[in-house]
Design a protein around this ligand. Structure first.
Ligand code: NAD
Ligand code: ZN
Length: 349
């Protein structure tokens, strides 16, 4: 005997990302803005003045990656229950990627799913975390291991929020922009070489838009990360090891990615994929934003072994995403261990 449960249906998860000064919205449902004290101190007033809702609540959670946890999720859920939010209510994430990922996750599970809107306030979250629908939290076993794919109803990107962002945080976001350019778009890379996103607001908007378009193109082909989405991992295979080795203390994620890009390029160069002058050009662009490009590997063997701890390492094979010229990439999962160790050796001193 069997019962067929037919659930095949087309779900349209499309949504809009608006890159403009935040104009707000009006709604007749309950709304909760989730933020932390730092971001709300700087930007809540402006956001509040532009949202008209049936009832509006503010939920303040502690700042920092260490609070990206199930505890905080439960805290937010409890506030929603207290305020008697229902399935029509709306959440707004106001903050960086940490807040965006958590609010998205809460939205995906509160009464089996309610709508949420993102207002990302860091460059990294504007270009990266707000696209693709990955939500979730960390636990003692690792980063982002608990979560869901869940798309927002909309994303508002306003570069005015970035004026209060520390320089280091800004540059960390630029590292992800550079990653996209090197992978997918040579003319975008050249545009970045000829501009300075720190003091040209129009170019900054263009760069954000372009990065989002490039990421969206990948994500819409591969929402659940079965294949091509893995190319977004350029520089990240190395970065994750560096972040782990330094206990997530020394570098911001984007900074570790910058070093990871330099390492990946060195590998690509050793495999005769990438030539020396392009390798140097990429490094120079990272350095323009004061991003670190050096990391002293203490123990090559343990660095190498750490590649296998990455959740994206499948069947004992390490997949490297490598540029073979600026704007074009290759995926390699059969690189000889000796070659990898040789490259790591260069980062020993
Ligand atoms: N969902 C995804 O696809 C995706 C992609 C990339 C990263 N992420 C996640 O995003 C997180 C990193 O995001 P992040 O770099 O935005 O870090 P973050 O959210 O921790 O923000 C960095 C710091 O800047 C502060 N801040 C935020 N906006 C500010 C502003 N306008 N002015 C001054 N300070 C401000 C924050 O309070 C925080 O202290 C990680 O948890 C990562 O896993 C998710
Ligand atoms: Zn990243």
């Amino acid at each position: 005997m069997k019962v067929d449960i037919k659930l095949k249906k087309e779900i349209d998860n499309s949504y809009e990302i608006i890159i403009d000064s935040f104009r707000g919205f009006e709604t007749d449902v309950k709304v909760a803005i989730v933020s932390n004290a730092k971001v709300s101190g700087l930007h809540l007033e402006k956001v509040l003045s532009k949202i008209k809702a049936k009832e509006l609540y503010i939920i303040t959670i502690p700042d920092g990656e260490e609070h990206k946890s199930l505890n905080t999720i439960e805290y937010i859920l409890n506030r929603l229950f207290e305020h008697q939010f229902d399935r029509k209510s709306l959440l707004v994430a106001l903050g960086g990627g940490v807040i965006g990922d958590m609010v998205g996750f809460v939205a995906s599970i509160y009464q089996r799913g309610i709508e949420f809107i993102q207002i990302p306030t860091t460059l990294l979250s504007q270009v990266d975390a707000s696209v693709g629908g990955k939500t979730g939290v960390n636990n003692s076993f690792g980063k982002n291991l608990i979560g869901a794919f869940y798309q927002p109803k909309g994303v508002y990107i306003d570069i005015d929020f970035l004026h209060t962002l520390p320089k280091r945080e800004f540059s960390a976001g630029v590292a992800e922009i550079i990653k996209m350019a090197v992978m997918f778009d040579r003319s975008f890379f050249e545009f970045l070489e000829n501009s300075d996103l720190r003091d040209n607001q129009e170019d900054l908007k263009k760069a954000i838009k372009k990065s989002i378009e490039l990421k969206a193109a990948v994500v819409s082909k591969d929402e659940k990360e079965q294949g091509i989405r893995a190319v977004l991992n350029y520089g990240h295979t190395f970065a994750h090891v560096i972040e782990k080795e330094t206990n997530y203390q020394q570098f911001l994620h984007g900074e570790a990615v910058a070093i990871g890009i330099v390492m990946a390029n060195e590998l690509a160069y050793n495999l005769n994929l990438l030539n020396k002058s392009e390798k140097e050009r990429i490094k120079k662009l990272l350095q323009k934003y004061n991003l670190p490009t050096l990391y002293k590997i203490k123990n090559i063997d343990s660095f190498y072994e750490s590649f296998f701890l990455d959740k994206k390492t499948k069947n004992k094979k390490i997949t490297f995403v490598l540029p073979f010229s600026i704007g074009n990439f290759n995926k390699k999962d059969d690189i000889d261990k000796k070659i990898i160790l040789n490259v790591l050796e260069k980062f020993k001193n």
